[in-house]
Design a protein around this ligand. Structure first.
Ligand code: ZN
Length: 267
């Protein structure tokens, strides 16, 4: 089995010391969960890490595979000019996974050495060894079903390799957790709709109910503000029929956004 590590993690700026400011205590459980996962991924000794992020270069019609030979993660968009990490790219493997896909789907190879924050923030938490070669993959704006199908095709290729593959899918749950409360000027109360949405998505993830997750209507995805669904659909395709347990390591709300950290422990 080439899969050695899989997890769903958030990309919360406030989870990093340099960006948390006075809110450093906000995402304590998330930080602890990421630290736990960092030990797991280190122990798993992957040859390649696929990172599925919704915030890279998004092409409307094509899922993008980033083939840069070296990546830089920085936090300059947030005004942090001190954080900079360098990671190698898994160029050969990126080409290998693209080939079987391109005859049936819209797939683009891109060359973007600077990583998006959706990829950078998880990597800053998760990687104790920055020498693990990466393949960042970004969704398109096409349907969840198509992303799932691309994921299943990716699985076929991965299952044929003798490499040890880790996968990190990253996304946040509902935004606007305090929106209703702000409207009503009742500080501290959270939005019932956002809370229910987060609860439902987590329950579906724990049950691994891909069908229900793929059937979430587009309007509901947009209304929730969640950026998770397209990378998640790719992920669900990649791990279809793979046995693992699902453990929720953390769920927290910070700065109006729901953040879940889940470990999919392979059996
Ligand atoms: Zn996001």
């Amino acid at each position: 089995m080439p899969f050695v590590f899989t997890a769903l993690v958030p990309h919360a700026p406030a989870s990093l010391d340099s960006l948390a400011g006075t809110q450093v205590a906000l995402l304590k459980k998330t930080r602890e969960a990421m630290t736990k996962l960092s030990f797991e991924i280190y122990a798993a000794k992957p040859d390649v890490l696929l990172v599925l992020s919704p915030h890279g270069k998004i092409l409307e019609d094509a899922v993008s595979i980033n083939t840069a030979p070296e990546f830089e993660g920085n936090l300059e968009t947030f005004g942090d000019h001190g954080t900079r990490c360098v990671y190698p790219g898994a160029v050969g493997f990126a080409h290998q996974i693209k080939e079987p896909l391109e005859t049936r789907y819209h797939i683009a190879l891109i060359h973007e050495p600077v990583l998006d924050y959706g990829t950078t923030i998880p990597l800053l938490h998760l990687l104790r060894d920055n020498r693990i070669p990466l393949v960042p993959i970004y969704p398109s704006l096409r349907s969840l079903d198509e992303h799932f199908a691309i994921g299943t095709e990716l699985q076929e290729t991965i299952l044929k390799t003798n490499k040890r593959i880790a996968i990190v899918v990253t996304g946040d749950l509902a935004h606007h957790h305090h929106a209703d409360a702000q409207k009503k000027k009742r500080k501290g109360e959270t939005s019932e709709a956002a809370r229910l949405f987060d609860t439902r998505i987590q329950a579906l993830l724990v049950k691994r109910d891909s069908e229900a997750l793929l059937a979430i209507p587009g309007e509901e995805m947009v209304a929730s503000g969640s950026c998770l669904f397209r990378p998640l659909a790719l992920f669900l395709g990649i791990v279809r029929h793979i046995n693992f347990t699902v453990e929720t390591l953390a769920y927290e709300i910070a700065q109006d956004v729901g953040y879940v950290t889940m470990y999919f422990q392979l059996l």
